[in-house]
Design a protein around this ligand. Structure first.
Ligand code: AMP
Ligand code: MG
Length: 414
């Protein structure tokens, strides 16, 4: 182990800034025309533009009567009903004009006819035969969205670099795009290390455990729009590691788990260093996850970022969210999102030691007015069950030992 690689301890904020700065230098993968639903979770490589005005016609947004607002200033006011327009009415059906003292019955989503400049809600009217009585004054423009009010033809409706959500899918569908240009999923090699690990479809020996990290990481990669490539488990052996590292460095990003602590068989940094790795940090003052490593290796001239994540399953999960995510976002073509911090009221007192920023598994309740949070009881950073119960991390700053019940505390949504 070279001393130099073990000297880069950063605070949480410094490490996060380091990752964000590096992420900003990374080029995204190349664009690919992709089926709309397959593009969900990926990042737009083109601006989505309006193919027509939105809305394309002045749209009624309530069921009621299209009127001239000037006619309905004093109430009650009787108007003569001269027709009905439904959503999807033909041009002919919608071509009635509203004249002085007239109204046209109209449905939500229908085009407001010529002459009318407002829709009065059906709730504020009485109707009998062809006469409708307005019971409330109407303002010009009420309940009508003018043609082009949301977007004009050729306007950018969603910008390149936006992650495709169901709402972006809605825009793409509305502008008639069954396929859209998105950046290819970055490939992410997932390499677990450890002599104690067996794959999940093999029976573990008495001192062995199943490799869960490769799967939790692959799930996190998937959710972030990456393409996980799970490599065989590397033994705690320099030659085996070197071989698999080379494979892993073919990917756009390499994630290792385990082998980054101070143990005699923690060989990951050494193996990376022997390939000429540059290390940006080799530990961060956090718990869980302190030994996390971030760097870059250039094999065959192609620099590939890598993370050595600590092997304890909860550490692996937290450090992915805290540090890997911005790099993966950048490779996927998105500006890194800031971390989803929020505040909640502690339901029970909490005591920790100072010195490290802690991310402790927590359960946030859904109270709308005053969300509360409590620790999930855990046996430390190997406790998979605690992680599976948690829906957030309680963030304890490095300079506080004691929090009382009822205090507001920072929470990181997971
Ligand atoms: P390490 O970071 O290699 O020192 O591992 C720390 C702890 O995490 C040890 O108890 C390991 O057995 C456990 N661990 C390491 N890798 C994995 C993995 N892929 N899946 C589940 N547990 C792991
Ligand atoms: Mg290990």
């Amino acid at each position: 182990m070279t001393v130099a690689t073990h000297s880069k301890l950063l605070s949480f904020a410094e490490a996060r800034q380091m990752v964000e700065r590096h992420a900003a230098t990374l080029a995204p993968t190349e664009p690919e025309l992709t089926g709309l639903l397959d593009a969900v979770g990926l990042v737009l490589a083109e601006d989505l533009r309006a193919d027509r005005d939105f809305p394309p016609f002045p749209r009624a947004i309530r069921d009621g009567y299209a009127v001239r607002a000037a006619d309905v200033q004093s109430v009650p006011m009787k108007l003569h009903c001269v027709g009905t327009i439904k959503a999807g009415a033909t041009v002919e059906e919608s071509s009635v004009a509203v004249g002085y003292g007239e109204a046209v019955e109209i449905m939500t989503g229908a085009p407001v006819p010529a002459g009318a400049d407002a829709v009065m809600m059906v709730e504020y009217t009485d109707s009998a035969n062809a006469t409708v009585t307005a019971k409330r004054a109407v303002k010009a423009g009420e309940n009508v969205v003018p043609a082009g009010a949301e977007a004009h033809r050729d306007d950018v409706m969603v910008k390149r670099g936006t992650r495709v959500s169901h709402a972006v899918v809605a825009v793409a569908a509305a502008v008639g795009r069954p396929e859209i240009d998105v950046y290819r999923r970055p490939t992410v090699a997932v390499l677990a290390t450890g002599d104690e690990l067996v794959d999940i479809n093999l029976p573990p020996g008495p001192n062995e455990i199943r490799n869960s990290n490769s799967y939790s990481l692959a799930a996190q990669v998937n959710a972030a729009g990456g393409e996980p490539v799970i490599l065989p488990v590397a033994r705690d052996d320099a030659a085996d590691l070197a071989l698999l590292l080379r494979k892993g460095l073919d990917a756009d990003l390499l994630l290792l788990s385990g082998g980054v602590s101070m143990g005699k068989f923690d060989l990951v940094e050494e193996a990376l260093a022997s390939l000429g790795a540059e290390f940006f940090f080799t530990s961060v003052a956090i718990q869980p996850g302190k030994p996390v490593v971030f760097g870059e290796v250039a094999l065959n001239g192609k620099p590939t970022p890598f993370f050595g994540l600590p092997g304890n399953p909860v550490s692996t999960m937290v450090t992915f969210q805290l540090f890997v995510r911005p790099v993966l976002d950048a490779l996927a073509g998105a500006k890194p999102d800031s971390l989803p911090f929020t505040q909640a009221v502690l339901k029970a007192p909490l005591t920790t030691k100072t010195g490290l920023t802690r991310f402790l598994p927590g359960k946030l309740d859904g109270a709308q007015d005053k969300p509360g949070v409590e620790l999930v009881r855990w046996q430390g950073s190997g406790d998979l069950m605690a992680a599976a119960k948690a829906n957030c991390y309680i963030v304890v700053p490095p300079d506080r030992e004691q929090f009382e019940a009822g205090e507001t505390i920072t929470v990181l949504l997971s």
